[in-house]
Design a binder for this molecule. Structure first.
Ligand SMILES: NC(=O)c1ccc[n+]([C@@H]2O[C@H](COP(=O)([O-])OP(=O)(O)OC[C@H]3O[C@@H](n4cnc5c(N)ncnc54)[C@H](O)[C@@H]3O)[C@@H](O)[C@H]2O)c1
Length: 321
């Protein structure tokens, strides 16, 4: 090896395991960002991974020089982030728990393989139920909890901010509000700190001379919570917004941005809740989770969050991890 080759730093690699709708859309978004020098695609369906790699490579002349290939687990070596979006499809008549058990079995197979070849990287989980599989990935990987991140409510928070921004007539980026807890039916809207320019929503309305419409707020939350059902009824799957969320998390890691994002990670004693993964606003940097922010919640929000944590624990107990 020449001395130049020895000195040459390794190019930034991102691995994607499971290149279905979510994994492939994430890889596409990543390619357009120009952030990764190498993107490796891994799927049990090798032909699918090959096809996606070919299609993405034909995008390179319009985007950034990037090495993209269909690989195997040994190619996770050196990846800064490995996105896990592999999952079994739900079959007719199958219960939610059947599907969870199937995805947990996939996890038992793939997580140790990724970590064997990449003990230093960050795992970013997308597959549902994302909070349960984030916890499972932490247990199965043996990695420090800060290096196992679930996309959690990054998607729900984005849906919430979008819908609220439409109601209040401001840019979604100027609309600050979080969904916390489970990515799913028990998720919790944090009304107590929702704001525009630091003004609580009721104060914003007062300043604008308009009434604060509590009923409309409730409806926005229901639309947020149930958005996946409504999209799946129409197009069979959801993937653009979650891929954008995965991209935002990956960017925060690769560029060491210390960005606050609502993501799922191991919770240690928050209002007495512990040993479960769910979402809270979290500072994400090159090491993964820097800090989970301990939001001050109203008593009612704490109660709802406790319920969310219990729902998740009940599922975890059925998996015997
Ligand atoms: N976290 C979120 O916010 C969010 C949003 C949307 C979808 N999802 C979830 O993401 C997951 C993927 O959704 P999708 O629409 O891309 O599904 P999909 O069926 O299109 O893709 C899943 C891929 O995983 C692959 N796969 C299955 N078993 C594997 C294994 N053992 N090893 C490697 N690859 C394997 C399949 O071949 C397929 O290509 C689902 O669990 C879905 O519920 C999560």
């Amino acid at each position: 090896m020449t001395s130049r080759a020895k000195e040459h730093p390794r190019p930034l690699r991102v691995a994607v395991v499971g290149v279905g709708n979510v994994g492939a859309t994430f890889a596409y978004a990543l390619l357009f960002s120009g952030l990764a020098a190498e993107i490796v695609l891994i799927d049990v369906n090798r032909a699918k991974a090959d096809g996606e790699a070919m299609d993405l490579n034909h995008t390179v002349p319009f985007t950034y020089p990037t090495k993209i290939w269909a690989g195997d687990y040994s190619d996770c070596f050196g990846a800064t982030v490995s996105v896990l979006a592999a999952g079994a499809p739900q079959k007719p008549g199958e219960t939610r728990l059947d599907l969870i058990k199937k995805n947990a079995a996939i996890w038992r197979e793939i997580v140790p393989k990724v970590v064997k070849h990449n003990p230093e990287g960050i795992l970013l989980i997308a597959t549902n139920p994302v909070d349960v599989l984030t916890y499972a990935a932490w247990k199965l990987s043996g990695l420090p909890p800060g290096r196992v991140i679930g996309s959690g409510t990054i998607l729900d928070t984005s849906r919430f901010r979008y819908l609220l921004s439409q109601h209040f007539g401001v840019d979604a980026r100027s609309m600050h509000a979080y969904i916390i807890g489970e990515h799913g039916d028990s998720e919790v809207p944090v009304w107590s700190s929702a704001n525009i320019a630091g003004m609580r929503l009721a104060d914003f309305c007062k300043a604008q001379g308009r009434p604060y419409d509590q009923q409309a707020m409730e409806e926005i939350f229901v639309q947020t919570r149930d958005a996946a059902y409504r999209i799946i009824e129409r197009k069979g799957a959801t993937y653009y917004a979650v891929a954008a969320g995965l991209m935002r998390i990956t960017q925060a890691v690769l560029r060491d941005q210390s960005t606050v994002l609502s993501i799922s990670s191991l919770i240690a004693d928050y209002y007495g809740m512990t040993d479960v993964c769910f979402s809270l606003p979290t500072v994400i940097d090159r090491r993964g989770v820097d800090k989970v922010l301990r939001l001050e919640l109203s008593a009612q929000e704490v109660e709802k969050l406790r319920h969310s944590a219990e729902v998740l624990k009940a599922t975890l107990n059925q998996l015997e991890l």
